[in-house]
Design a protein around this ligand. Structure first.
Ligand code: ADP
Length: 396
C-alpha cells in the first residue's frame, strides 16, 4: 500500500509517501508559508535532488493540491495517479484522554479531536484543517489519525496527576499528557528489539532530545511516565522553552518586569531554554560551540540541560525499579556526541560504560555502551513518519 503521511501545522505541511510493505520512502517534502506571500513547495522524490517550487498556496487545500500535483507529475512524480494513494495517515497532536490509540478518521472522530482543541490551541485546529482539506481532495481514501499523546495514555494516575485541586482534573482535564508519543513508541520498541529483549518484558528509557525534548519511561511496552505535561512546556530545558520552573517565580518575574500573563508565557515558550540562559542561540550546536570557546552562560545552558536529563533518567530508573535499555533520539540525541557523553557521565552508578569510539557517531543506529556495561545504551534515529505509515496500514 502507498501511504501518504501528513503532518499539518498552521502555516506548514510536511509529507511523505511510504510503501507500507517495503517501508520505502518514495517521496517526501514540505509546504512552507501557507497563507502567506512567497509560499513554496519543497519536493524530493527518493534518490533525486530536492526541488524547490515557489507557488501560491493561499490555503491548506491548495497546498495539498500542489503536493498531489508534484507526486503525480510526469517529470518526477512517483505515482501515476492519485488513485495509487491507498490511505492517508495524519499526525494529530492532542487526543486528550479520548484517544489511547490511532483511529480511522470519521466525522465523529473529528468532532472529538475538536473537543481537545483547548488543550493544544496552536496544533489541533491546524491538524484538522489538514484532514478536511485532504478529505475534500481525496473523498474516497481512508484516513487515520495518529496522536502524539496516545502512547502516554497508559501512564498511571500517580504519574499524571498534578497536585492541584482534583476538580480541575475532573472538570477540565488538567493532568499530564506527554508528547512525542509516536517517537517514544517507535524508539522504545526498536530499543528492546536491538537489545534482544521481549518488548513486553523490558524497562526502557527513551531520551528524545531535539528542539523540543522529552524523556519517557517505558515498562513492558507501556509508557509509565514522561517529562512533558499538560503542554509541551514542562520538563527538560529546551531550545527556547524553560521546562520545569517554580510557578511562584512567574508572579515574581511578572511583578518585577511588569509583564502580562501572555507576555510571561511567550517568554517561557520562546525566549527561555538554551536561548534564554546562553543568550547565544536556541540551537544546541551553537550553544555547545560557544561553551567550548569559553562562554560561561553557554556552558551553564549545556550543564543545566545535561543535569536535567540525568535527573529525569534517574527518576525513571527509580520509577521502574531498574532499566535495561536507554536510547537517545531526535536532533540532539542522534547527533551530539558531546551531549551524550556528558549525560552518560552521570550514569556510573548504574554500571553504564560508554565506548567513546562508538559514541562518535551521528544519526546512525548503534550500540554505544561497552559489552560489559550493565545497561545497553543505543542511538536510535526516530522515524515518526514510518510509525504513522505502519499504524495507518494496520488500521485500513
Ligand atoms: P525538532 O524538535 O524541531 O524536531 P530536531 O529533532 O530536529 O528538532 O532537533 C534540533 C536540534 O538538534 C537542534 O538543537 C540542533 O542543534 C540539534 N542538532 C542537529 N544536528 C546536530 C549535531 N550534528 N550536533 C549537535 N546538535 C545537533
Amino acid at each position: 500500500m502507498n501511504i501518504l503521511v501528513i503532518n499539518c501545522g498552521s502555516s506548514s505541511l510536511k509529507f511523505q509517501v511510504i510503501n507500507s510493505e517495503t517501508e520505502e520512502v518514495k517521496a517526501s517534502g514540505l509546504c512552507e508559508r501557507i497563507g502567506m506571500d512567497e509560499s513554496r513547495l519543497v519536493y524530493q522524490p527518493a534518490g533525486c535532488e530536492k526541488e524547490k517550487i515557489t507557488v501560491d498556496m493561499p490555503t491548506h487545500k491548495e497546498a495539498i493540491k500542489q503536493v498531489i500535483d508534484a507526486l503525480t507529475n510526469e517529470k518526477n512524480g512517483v505515482l501515476k495517479s492519485l488513485s495509487e494513494i491507498d490511505a492517508v495517515g495524519h499526525r494529530l497532536v492532542h487526543g486528550g484522554e479520548k484517544f489511547n490509540k490511532s483511529v480511522v478518521i470519521t466525522e465523529e472522530v473529528i468532532k472529538t479531536v475538536e473537543e481537545c482543541n483547548d488543550l493544544a490551541p496552536l496544533h489541533n485546529p491546524a491538524n484538522i484543517i489538514g484532514v478536511r482539506a485532504t478529505q475534500e481532495l481525496m473523498p474516497n481514501v481512508p484516513m487515520v489519525g495518529v496522536f502524539d499523546t496516545a502512547f502516554h495514555q497508559t501512564m498511571p494516575p500517580k504519574a499524571y496527576l498534578y497536585g492541584t485541586p482534583y476538580e480541575y482534573y475532573e472538570k477540565h482535564g488538567v493532568r499530564r499528557y506527554g508528547f512525542h508519543g509516536t517517537s517514544h513508541a517507535f524508539v522504545s520498541a526498536r530499543a528492546a528489539e536491538l537489545a534482544g529483549k521481549d518488548y513486553k518484558d523490558c524497562k526502557t528509557i527513551v531520551c528524545h532530545l531535539g528542539n523540543g525534548s522529552s524523556i519517557s519511561a517505558v515498562l513492558n511496552g507501556e509508557s509509565v511516565d514522561t517529562s512533558m505535561g499538560l503542554t509541551p512546556l514542562e520538563g527538560l530545558l529546551m531550545g527556547t522553552r524553560s521546562g520545569d520552573i517554580d510557578p511562584g517565580a512567574l508572579e515574581y518575574i511578572m511583578k518585577k518586569e511588569n509583564l502580562s500573563y501572555a507576555e510571561m508565557m511567550t517568554i517561557l515558550n520562546k525566549k527561555s531554554g538554551f536561548l534564554g540562559i546562553s543568550g547565544v542561540s536556541s540551537d544546541c550546536r551553537d550553544v555547545d560551540n560557544a561553551a567550548a570557546e569559553g562562554n560561561e552562560r553557554a556552558k551553564h545552558a549545556m550543564d543545566v540541560f545535561h543535569y536535567r536529563v540525568a535527573k529525569t533518567v534517574g527518576g525513571y530508573v527509580a520509577a521502574m525499579n531498574g532499566v535495561d535499555v536507554i536510547a537517545f533520539t531526535a536532533g540532539i540525541g542522534e547527533n551530539s556526541v558531546s551531549t551524550r557523553a556528558e549525560i552518560c557521565k552521570y550514569f556510573g552508578y548504574l554500571g553504564i560504560k560508554i565506548d567513546e569510539e562508538k559514541n562518535n557517531t551521528r544519526g546512525e543506529e548503534i550500540l554505544i555502551s561497552t559489552p560489559d556495561s550493565k545497561v545497553k545504551v543505543f542511538i536510535i534515529p526516530t522515524n515518526e513518519e514510518l510509525k504513522i505509515a505502519r499504524e495507518t496500514a494496520a488500521l485500513v
